[in-house]
Design a protein around this ligand. Structure first.
Ligand SMILES: Nc1nc2c(ncn2[C@@H]2O[C@H](COP(=O)(O)OP(=O)(O)OP(=O)(O)O)[C@@H](O)[C@H]2O)c(=O)[nH]1
Length: 165
């Protein structure tokens, strides 16, 4: 769980990291059903992981709800010396799918907050009607999904950690 602020609204997001391995695919697909936003992530130092995005995208089309928001991520951008996938190639694929694209690094905290904020924005935009109701009627029951809490925002410098996700 993370709380981030988008357009002046504190949004609590629930993040699921699905298993990448083939043998867990049956379970993984169950998680798509209630997703509102999905990151399709490859590793910029692995052409193979980039090639797999096509499969992930087709699974998402098949199992995720209509209107689910998607962003393409090229992770491990800190490993420039091992790069196998040019940034332009990532951008190209994202364009084909009509997705936003970020290169990120969970190690150096590059674009982690930005990509989570953007995906949340896209989800909120897709639910604009509900959002307007929430703004006008702060005590509607669905407000439970948008709670303020004491958690650190994404990318906070206060807590030492090895991964910024
Ligand atoms: N250099 C670098 N290493 C990273 C980065 N993100 C993850 N790693 C490393 O990559 C390895 C795999 O990371 P995971 O988070 O397990 O990747 P995953 O895609 O969830 O893997 P599965 O569990 O197989 O789905 C670990 O050794 C991480 O430390 C990054 O941004 N930069």
């Amino acid at each position: 769980m993370k709380t981030i602020e988008v357009d002046g609204i504190k949004v609590r997001i629930q993040i699921w990291d699905t298993a990448g391995q083939e043998r867990y695919q049956t379970i993984t697909k169950q998680y798509y059903r209630r997703a509102q936003g999905i990151f399709l992530v490859y590793d910029i130092s692995s052409e193979r992981s980039y090639q797999h995005i096509v499969k992930w995208a087709s699974d998402v089309d098949e199992y995720a709800p209509d209107g689910v928001q998607k962003i393409l991520i090229g992770n491990k951008a800190d490993e420039e010396h091992k790069r196998q996938v040019p940034k332009e190639q990532g951008l190209q694929l994202a364009r084909e799918y009509g997705m936003d694209f970020y290169e990120t690094s969970a190690c150096s905290n590059l674009n982690i907050k930005e990509s989570f904020t953007r995906l949340t924005e896209l989800v909120l935009q897709a639910h604009r009607k509900e959002l307007d109701e929430l703004r006008g009627l702060p005590h509607t029951p669905t407000l439970a999904r948008l709670e303020e809490d004491e958690q650190q925002p994404l990318g906070s410098e206060d807590t030492p950690k090895t991964c910024w996700c």
